[in-house]
Design a protein around this ligand. Structure first.
Ligand SMILES: Cc1cc2nc3c(=O)[nH]c(=O)nc-3n(C[C@H](O)[C@H](O)[C@H](O)COP(=O)(O)OP(=O)(O)OC[C@H]3O[C@@H](n4cnc5c(N)ncnc54)[C@H](O)[C@@H]3O)c2cc1C
Length: 306
């Protein structure tokens, strides 16, 4: 029998299994998909932005508004420790624009590859195609009832039961359920009488009410986006954004989305104002436009004469 069961073979579950196995624990990891780390494959536009080299004080607010909640975790396993960890297990990294760290190969699939290889090396019992259906606790043990699909024998589902004194639920949030994270973990936690914080979309696309599909595909760099809630200016962010069929995406839109979504849930009025030239004052912008118009006029005159 294992000492620890980890439900979920995403980034969190794999790291939890690795760290427990490194300390000599017998670990079983249960993953519903046929492979571990399916969501990692779509991260960083297929390149996986592993971490950032900025100091904590600069990037903490990008993670969560109340960054102190995560401070101990980041201090125990810092961004530099993350880079060293991946380098040491055979994943060289490179630092790109914005101090972002990617695998040198620029291939997100290399990330689960090295994590799975390390789990195998450490003797983690990896059970893919194993969907946990429910969890319970009795006689000082956690019990997971699992539906194990057998692709070789068609759709046949075997029910398997795993028990261990320690259970780690790492089933992900609610984003991109196609990658396997459908929120099962919240139900498991509730069934074990944990309280569960209410969830809402964050780091998500924002779809303006009157959205012009002609914008789709346009990528803007070094622009400003201001968020107004009930006419009050809440936040201004500079950076890049992309207009997609889902609405406003990219780092800039994502950073404002959490606050915007919270306001929308409360029924507040949410407005976004786009500044295409945030580095220029209004006077400088006016001067530049009139200079450009004069130049265009001169060019048009010349074309007319010729
Ligand atoms: C489009 C996109 C791009 C992103 N880009 C980046 C990036 O570049 N850098 C970055 O740091 N983060 C990025 N993220 C965020 C990052 O992907 C997540 O923070 C991370 O994957 C969360 O890992 P997790 O292990 O908590 O959850 P998940 O990766 O969701 O893993 C949960 C796992 O649990 C399994 N599971 C769920 N229910 C059950 C069950 N009942 N039984 C068994 N298994 C179950 C799921 O199949 C899944 O494999 C991005 C996210 C998205 C959606």
């Amino acid at each position: 029998m294992s000492e620890i069961i980890v439900i979920g073979g995403g980034a969190a579950g794999m790291m939890a299994a690795i760290k427990a196995a490194e300390r000599g624990c017998k670990v079983t990891l249960l993953e519903r998909n046929e492979i571990c780390g399916k969501k990692i494959l779509i991260t960083g536009k297929g390149r996986c932005n592993l971490t950032n080299t900025k100091p904590w004080s600069e990037f903490s607010t990008h993670i969560h508004p109340s960054a102190n909640f995560l401070k101990p975790a980041f201090f125990n396993f810092s961004n530099t420790a993350t880079i060293e960890f991946f380098n040491s297990i055979g994943l060289p990294t490179s630092v790109e624009q914005g101090d972002r760290v990617f695998p040198l190969s620029m291939c997100a699939s290399d990330v689960p590859k090295v994590l799975v290889a390390l789990m195998q090396e450490l003797g983690v019992d990896i059970r893919c195609s194993s969907q946990v259906l429910n969890v319970s606790h009795s006689d000082a043990l956690f019990h997971c009832v699992c539906g194990k699909s057998d692709s070789l024998r068609g759709k046949r589902i075997d029910v398997v039961r795993y028990s261990a004194p320690v259970l780690i639920i790492a089933t992900g949030g609610l984003s991109y359920p196609g990658t396997g994270s459908t929120g099962d973990g919240y139900e498991f936690a509730r069934s074990l009488e944990h309280s569960v914080t209410e969830t809402f979309p964050s780091l998500t696309a924002l779809m303006p009410r009157a959205y012009d599909n002609d914008l789709v595909g346009i990528e803007l760099r070094n622009v400003g986006l201001s968020l107004f809630i009930d006419m009050d200016l809440i936040k201004i962010e500079d950076g890049e954004l992309t207009f997609t069929s889902n609405g406003i995406e990219g780092a800039l839109g994502f950073r404002l989305s959490r606050r915007a979504v919270q306001a929308l849930i409360k029924g507040q009025r949410v407005e976004l104002v786009l500044d295409l030239k945030p580095a220029l004052s209004l006077e400088k912008l006016r001067a530049r436009i009139s200079r450009d118009l004069k130049q265009m006029g001169a060019t048009a005159d010349n074309v007319g004469r010729n």
